[in-house]
Design a protein around this ligand. Structure first.
Ligand code: SF4
Ligand code: MG
Length: 335
């Protein structure tokens, strides 16, 4: 199958008070049509920065310093703002945690969904109205004919999130980027939104890059998972294998931090210590100060991302390299 998205050796630098620092280092991954890849990690892992770079939406002090981002074979790194504007909302759409950052408070919901249809798809006003009603229906909004005349503040948080998804889908993008889209919602609404994203993925065959810190959400939506720590990929695998047999101590820690829903007495474990900042220079494995399994080599030599077992799985950890004889360094993971 042809790759929808192919990211290779992506490094993103930020200018900080101490000089240039890499917030994302040599990240490689790919995505196929109809696939949901979850990028997971704590705050500061580089997961959001990675997803923003796909849209060309890095903050002013950040830039892609090396690597490649190809969408259906087309290179996106070094495109002009003008070229990227044509791609955003058309081939690539994004949904965020806070719908109010995407919705304009002074326009009706209908207008905001219809506008991209008229700009990118050249639809007539009437066609765009009909399509906007369809879209609201698809994301489970009741009475869409009336809702198109309402303003964002007239809706609940869950309904606003649905409107943002409808807007993101208006031009039938081939890639949807979702950055913590359900984090601010209560659990019931969260489950409904995840179902909608999954249904729409099936229906439109779009690929989804889903950024989250929540392993419960990963279990719910992911086909494949990429775990990031301090700007680097530390483990990649399909979702079942990752949950059944997490290889990297950081992934094991994240999974240990998921409360067991069947056991209300179980306390939520947290990984001791905190994520280093981008300008902290940590020799060896960047996780070693927090790793319960750290060995001498971990403090001195940096582990590479190596294949582990299947074609789709890779781990960056000395334990893995010690265990397997036939492991080979990978620069691109995922099938
Ligand atoms: Fe822990 Fe060492 Fe593996 Fe890093 S390389 S995760 S410190 S065991
Ligand atoms: Mg974030």
């Amino acid at each position: 199958m042809e790759k929808l998205l192919d990211v290779k050796d992506l490094t993103i630098d930020f200018r900080t008070a101490k000089g240039n620092s890499a917030a994302v280092r040599d990240v490689s991954f790919s995505l196929h049509d109809g696939e949901i890849l979850c990028i997971v990690g704590e705050s500061g892992s580089g997961k959001s920065i990675t997803s923003l770079s796909l849209m060309g939406l890095l903050p002013d002090n950040g830039e892609v310093s090396s690597g490649s981002i190809r969408l259906n074979g087309e290179e996106l790194v070094n495109k002009t703002d003008e070229e990227l504007r044509k791609i955003r909302g058309n081939k690539i759409s994004m949904i965020f945690q806070e719908p109010m950052t995407a919705l304009n408070p002074v326009f009706t919901i209908g207008y905001q969904i219809q506008e991209p249809l008229r700009i990118h798809k050249g639809m007539s006003k009437q066609m765009a109205i009909t399509k906007s009603i369809d879209l609201l229906e698809q994301v489970g909004i009741p009475n869409p004919k009336e809702k198109i005349n309402q303003y964002p503040h007239e809706l609940s948080g869950g309904m606003r999130q649905r409107v943002m998804i409808a807007m993101a889908l208006a031009c039938e993008p081939s890639l949807l980027i979702a950055d913590e889209p359900t984090t601010a919602l209560d659990v019931t609404i969260q489950a409904q939104i995840l179902d909608i994203i999954d249904d729409l993925k099936e229906q439109f065959g779009m690929g989804v890059v889903f950024v989250t810190h929540d392993m419960g959400v990963v279990a719910e939506v992911a086909d494949r998972v990429m775990v990031m720590y301090a700007g680097e990929v530390v483990e990649v695998n399909d979702v079942e294998s990752l949950f059944r047999n997490p290889q990297h101590p950081y992934t094991q820690g994240l999974l240990g931090a998921v409360p067991n829903v069947d056991d209300e007495t179980q306390e939520m474990k947290v990984i001791p210590g905190s994520m280093p900042s981008v300008d902290d220079d940590i020799p060896g494995c960047r996780f070693h100060p927090r790793c319960p399994m750290a060995m001498d080599i971990c403090k001195e030599k940096k582990p590479q991302l190596v294949r582990s077992g299947s074609e789709n799985a890779a781990v960056r950890c000395w334990l893995q390299e010690v265990d397997t004889d036939d492991s080979s360094t990978v620069t691109s993971s995922g099938g």
